[in-house]
Design a protein around this ligand. Structure first.
Ligand code: CA
Length: 688
């Protein structure tokens, strides 16, 4: 069935007899169902996958799907190496190369399929796709694995997808076809890769436990989080949940008066079964609202009339009653209104249909009705960029006004969608303190930290995200949680907007993001360490101690200090340095430094600053310095000399409270000193 073609590698062609044999076999299968290879998926799934690059000159298992196709391993073009597979002679859009995948993909397992394609010279742009064909009990079915993707003669195009395989079959093959037309094309570097089942780290200290003294720790969840390893991760690390989408208006009241709670109820039951709190999100927003809400009695878009205002406030009242009363005490806190501030408006109020039709009355109504419906529930106003001015002031003024008018609002929800350069931890502390001053609670409601600092950047693959972005992220998580802990009592909950990086609103078809504590495989990231155990972040925790040789010194005499710089790790410190400013009443006598260190000092007998540097400092190997100063003979009796040594390095320091400065105190005595005859140091003071 194959023939060697010297100039163009292998040629494959099904001859007519082979086609007939296949048709015959297919016919037999129709009348006599058999399972030739289903047994290959009976045991543990085969993790070997399929990998073809054509570099050995063979077709690597690819065959013509229909029969008329010619498959040629060719050096004419290649994505990798020097060879690829050229497919010509296609007579149908569904003609193309096919590879047997029977036993290579099993029901319940996850795979990544990846293929590079390019059109043969002269072909017009064509959409190609990767599909699968499966037979079961004589029935044949087809599915698309990678959808229509534009391929040209200009460059190799990547067709790739993650596949959660969910079929039983007797035979299975994968093939490349076109959306239309019969263009000839090349393929190269096809990989079907088995993705090992997700498994959480069973002994990892739970996030919520690490923060148990401060506040509950939540995650936004969706339906798929309630089973399998995601549910295990959720139950292990979090003690609060927020429904990502299932308590919003479009989910709970898609048609007027018709309430549905299927997904949300399941999430509440999960929370109760695992001793978790439930935050409700969100009763009023300008997004994810079904269109009927803003239509007037005639079905037209509402205009701002008194009639429409009354109608809209009535719908709002009905909705909040319907939702809040449904959950009752199962939901302890509600984001009552979401994102009502727009700092670009002169009055700071977002021009949503809510505002356009009702002014700010919808805000009052929402809080009042929510409070009536669940008097014990804690009610929040939720927004993003709450650390930014002028938005923060608009929000502050609104909350103050609501409080002053007796509208039942309990606190501010700070979404805190962040990125590795924003916000500054200090601005978070300032913001929480500001709102606490109004007597309201604060919750962090939608925390995540994007690895992007601008919208133009894009990493297409999770593995392409640079390591340093993830380190920066770990450090910002450290800084934020340092603030959250320090504000104990002022923040009653911190919720992440998701569980792990495999499901985040920040990842789109345009770019992949990694904003959470766990990676796409549910393993902990540096971000986790930043929250739970920051001393393990990459970097070097340099510290210094200084000890004077004695507690007292006579004027005109020397005082020695033992200075020790250490690196508590976890990594070697790059360009470590020590700084000591020679204190008043003293001058330099001498300094000794370890090998590999170079000190810049003032001239002996004068004051100034000592700086000692080295190339690196290993973990756990102290650098010991001996600094000797001469005490000026005119120093008054009883003077205290303070010498401060400080250290730093070019490496980040993971310790949020580093011990990188130390001071030694020495008392000067001169009970029986004669006056100096001449200025020191030419002639030391004389003692009786
Ligand atoms: Ca190749």
């Amino acid at each position: 069935m194959t023939a060697r073609q010297l100039t163009a590698g292998w040629v494959l062609r099904l001859d007519k007899a082979m086609v007939l044999a296949r048709v015959f076999a297919f016919t037999i299968a129709l009348v006599t169902p058999f399972r030739a290879s289903a047994a290959t998926c009976d045991g543990p799934p085969d993790p070997s996958g399929l990998h073809t690059d054509f570099e050995d000159g063979g077709p690597d298992g690819w065959t013509p799907r229909i029969g008329e196709e010619r498959l040629i391993v060719t050096p004419a073009d290649a994505h990798s190496g020097s060879l690829s597979l050229l497919i010509t002679g296609r007579q149908h859009a569904f003609s193309g190369p096919s590879i047997d995948a029977t036993g290579k993909m099993c029901n319940g397992s996850r795979y990544v399929v990846s293929l590079w394609a390019k059109l043969a010279p002269g072909e017009a742009d064509t959409e190609l796709r990767l599909s699968l064909q499966r037979t079961l009990d004589g029935m044949t079915n087809f599915n698309t694995l990678v959808g229509n993707t534009l391929v040209t003669t200009g460059e190799w195009v990547h067709l790739a997808a993650r596949v959660d395989f969910a079929f039983n079959y007797d035979t299975l093959s994968l093939y490349v076809e076109s959306a239309a037309g019969t263009a000839s094309f090349y393929i190269d570097d096809f990989d079907l890769t088995f993705v090992a089942p997700l498994q959480i780290e069973p002994d990892l200290p739970p996030v919520a436990e690490a923060l148990a003294d401060f506040f509950p720790v939540g995650a936004a969840v969706y339906a798929a989080d309630l089973s399998g390893p995601h549910a295990e991760l959720l139950a292990r690390h979090f003690n609060s949940i927020t429904s990502e989408n299932d308590m919003k208006w479009d989910a709970t009241e898609p048609a007027e008066g018709r309430f549905t709670f299927t997904n949300a109820d399941a999430q509440v039951r999960f929370a109760q079964a695992h001793n978790m709190q439930v935050r409700g999100h969100t009763l009023v927003w300008h997004n994810q609202i079904p269109p009927w809400v803003f239509l007037d009695v005639d079905g037209n878009p509402m205009t701002p009339t008194l009639e429409n205002k009354a109608l809209l406030l009535q719908r709002l009242t009905n909705h909040i009653r319907g939702v809040v009363e449904h959950f009752g005490s199962d939901v302890y806190a509600w984001d009552v209104v979401n994102e009502v501030i727009d700092p670009s408006q002169p009055d700071g109020f977002r021009r949503s249909p809510w505002f356009t039709i009702t002014g700010t009355d919808y805000i009052d109504t929402a809080f009042l009705v929510a409070h009536e419906a669940a008097p014990a529930a804690r009610l929040y106003i939720n927004d993003y960029n709450t650390t930014e001015e002028p938005k923060r002031t608009f929000l502050y003024n609104l909350v103050r006004d609501l409080r002053n008018r007796g509208v039942p609002i309990d606190g501010v929800g700070h979404q805190m969608h962040s990125n590795i350069g924003f916000p500054q931890a200090q601005s978070v502390a300032d913001t929480i303190n500001l709102f606490s001053g109004l007597g309201v609670d604060n919750q962090i409601t939608e925390l995540d930290i994007s690895v992007y600092t601008n919208s133009g950047e894009a990493f297409l693959d999770y593995a392409d995200i640079p390591a340093d972005r993830l380190i920066q992220q770990g450090y910002l998580y450290r800084d934020l949680f340092q603030v959250f802990r320090a504000l104990k009592g002022q923040i009653s909950s911190v919720t992440f907007w998701g569980e792990a990086d495999d499901h985040t609103w920040l990842t789109s078809s345009r770019r992949v993001d990694a904003p959470l504590l766990f990676d796409q495989s549910l393993q902990h990231k540096l971000a986790y360490l930043g929250v739970v155990d920051p001393l393990k972040l990459p970097g070097s925790d340099v510290a210094v101690t200084i000890r004077a040789a004695s507690a007292v010194v006579f004027s005109g005499h020397h005082v020695s200090y033992a200075i020790s710089m250490t690196n508590n790790g976890p990594d070697p410190a790059s360009t470590p340095f020590l700084v000591d400013a020679i204190p008043d009443h003293t001058v330099l006598h001498s300094i000794t430094a370890p090998a590999g260190w170079r000190c810049t000092t003032p001239v002996v007998g004068t004051g100034g600053r000592i700086i000692c540097k080295a190339r690196s400092l290993d973990v756990g190997v102290p650098a010991l310095f001996t600094l000797t100063l001469s005490v000026d003979c005119s120093t008054p009796d009883g003077t205290t000399i303070l010498d401060t040594a400080s250290v730093a390095s070019g490496s980040r320091n993971p310790n949020p409270s580093p011990a990188n400065a130390a001071t030694a105190e020495v008392l000067v005595l001169n009970p029986h000193r004669k006056p100096c005859r001449r200025p020191w140091p030419e002639r030391p003071c004389e003692l009786r």
